[in-house]
Design a protein around this ligand. Structure first.
Ligand code: AMP
Length: 568
């Protein structure tokens, strides 16, 4: 068996690592960098360039440089937030089959999983060069609130890169694992993950080797890129005022301002003010110019206050879902580059009444946790994996607990395409409050939750919950459906994700299609549909004709998901 990598596939940057007998080893790029920009360039000169080397093309040919693919992977291009995010990219994205976003660059058309697969392939090659061995397996991290479609698309990216994706794990869970592994902690922690493109908050209970997610929440479209954009807007206005040029009409100029904005933002994390000039601005009249700037941290704080407030609102929501008070949290881990911003740290300290833990590296901790999980799944972890020196690891004896609940519902009078009766809500399955083994648990046990309510459309445009947000996964739930018309051989069930009562206020997931049903008078047929969310957070659906016991794999036609085979 080759080596299994742990990969943090980020919106802005990616990090890969591998567990070794002496600790976790990070995978380096050609300049010995641990952090690899998630950037793929298709330069005019030909070829595909990935990582740090790809970034330099942002200035010369920005339309050929694909970044932030994670914002679009597994998404429906028509979703309003996706449309908004598209205004922040300079490359061309079009609607492809199944409403998935397709990148058109030079003479190529690529799906988002194909773009991400270039990043993964780059990491795999760097790892193979560094380790001198084949890398064929990986644990890849995803934001806790990634949808089924986004998870499937991420797995697809791994497959396209020649990696067997052993497991998708949630980024905050990975961070908690890196923090807790080998320390036999007994704590309730918050993982506050504010990166380049997304914000995630997870609350976890760590007891020895058991990592139980109590609640998680997040915002896909909230990250450092938004803060850069706020600052870029200010610089663009200054450019207009001082140089009498509207950079919004000139792509390379705008890119230069965006890069300047990010540098100013990072400078302000360490300093009270930023003052200087953005030089080398190529104006449309062929003159080179400089744009002076002077921005105080206070000004910047005002500019981003609304975004930071949104992270706090989501955090409060997660605390409420876990029925925890801020004071119940023993430690707040900061993950993601945007947690370096002083205003963010200040707001965290105010909310939790304690300073966040800044002792961990916010850029690397997620990949570190993924590497531990990869090592655990391939049996490569041993007592020496130096995350916590005193940690004694016994041989594997206990696999993660499953939480399969099957609540079958007897049929009731038919009502269109809707389910016929509400099921008993699933009880929260029992989870051990202590690792229930007489000897040390061999492997870390990760108990995660379903990131969002999955529901179906009922008559009148309302929804009915199928699987609850924050329900422990893996989880299974069964429902009985029936036909609304005589001799109906096909039933369609619209599925969505979200908490709203009205179907249209939620995020549509796709339509579940049950066909080849035997022709019967209406209401006579009883079809039990079982919805299962596996440990990767991916939804599987199966339908059974209750009378005959005949089973068929039902499929959820997920909007925005790659076309079968991954191509366009
Ligand atoms: P990540 O997605 O975790 O790699 O985070 C990347 C984001 O963190 C980008 O938006 C960066 O601009 C931002 N970032 C990195 N370092 C800093 C810093 N020192 N201050 C503010 N933001 C930072």
């Amino acid at each position: 068996m080759g080596v299994a990598l742990g990969i943090d596939l980020g919106t802005t940057n990616s990090v890969a690592a591998v567990a070794t007998p002496t600790g976790v080893e990070f995978i380096l790029g050609s300049r010995n960098e641990r952090v690899h920009p998630s950037v793929v360039a298709f330069p005019t000169a030909g070829g595909v360039v990935v990582g740090s080397d790809a970034k330099k093309y942002r200035l010369t040919e920005p339309q050929h440089v694909i970044h932030s693919a994670k914002r679009f992977i597994g998404q429906n291009i028509r979703a309003p937030l996706v449309q908004l995010a598209l205004t922040g990219v300079r490359y061309k994205v079009e609607e492809g089959p199944n409403q998935q976003p397709i990148v058109t660059v030079r003479d190529r058309r690529l799906t988002m999983p194909e773009i991400s697969s270039h990043v993964l392939l780059h990491l795999k090659r760097c790892a193979e060069r560094q380790l001198g061995t084949t890398v064929s397996e990986a644990v890849i991290t995803v934001p806790a609130n990634f949808t089924d479609g986004q998870r499937q698309a991420t797995k697809e990216a791994g497959r396209l890169a020649g990696l067997d994706v052993l497991r998708l794990i949630n980024e905050p869970t990975a961070a908690a694992l890196a923090y807790g592994f080998g320390h036999q902690r007994d704590q309730t922690i918050a993982v506050f993950d504010f990166g380049g493109g997304t914000f995630d908050i997870s609350l976890l209970r760590i007891q020895g080797d058991v990592y139980e997610v109590l609640a998680s929440d997040g915002d896909f479209f909230l990250g450092g890129d938004d803060l850069d954009r706020a600052l870029t807007d200010l610089l663009a206005s200054e450019c207009n005022r001082i140089l009498r040029v509207d950079p919004r009409q000139h792509l390379p100029l705008m890119m230069k301002l965006m890069m300047g904005a990010e540098a100013i933002k990072c400078h302000l994390s360490e300093n009270d003010a930023a003052e200087g000039e953005i030089d080398g601005l190529d104006l449309p009249n062929a003159k080179a110019a400089q744009l002076p700037f002077q921005i105080s941290r206070r000004q910047f704080d005002d500019m981003i206050a609304g975004y930071v407030l949104r992270t706090m609102d989501v955090t409060r929501q997660a605390l409420a879902a876990a029925q925890l008070a801020p004071g119940d949290i023993d430690e707040v881990l900061c993950v993601g580059g945007s947690t370096r911003i002083p205003l963010v740290r200040r707001r965290i300290a105010e909310l939790f009444g304690r300073e966040p833990n800044i002792g961990i590296n916010p850029d690397e901790v997620v990949a570190q946790g993924a590497a531990i999980q990869a090592g655990s799944l391939t049996g490569k972890l041993d007592a020496g994996t130096g995350m916590g020196a005193s940690h004694a690891i016994a041989t594997a004896s206990h696999s993660p607990l499953a939480h399969d609940i099957s609540s079958s519902v007897p049929g009731a009078p038919p009502r269109g395409r809707s389910p016929t009766q509400a099921p008993t809500p699933p009880p929260r399955p029992h989870r051990p409050t202590q690792p229930q083994l007489a000897r040390p648990v061999a492997r870390p046990i990760l108990l995660d939750v379903n990131p969002a309510t999955l529901a179906i459309q009922t008559a009148g445009g309302y929804t009915e919950k199928l699987l609850d947000k924050n329900a422990p996964i893996p989880i299974q739930q069964a429902r009985v459906f029936t036909t609304a018309r005589d001799n109906q051989t096909r039933v369609e069930i619209d599925c969505c994700r979200g908490e709203a009562r009205r179907y249209t206020e939620n995020e549509p997931l796709g339509t579940l299609v049950l066909d080849r049903l035997p022709a019967r008078p209406r209401g006579e047929l009883k079809i039990e549909v079982s919805f299962r969310v596996d440990a990767d957070g991916i939804l599987h659906v199966q339908a059974t004709d209750v009378a005959s016991g005949t089973r068929q794999e039902a499929y959820l036609n997920v909007l925005g998901a790659p076309a079968p085979g991954g191509g366009t």
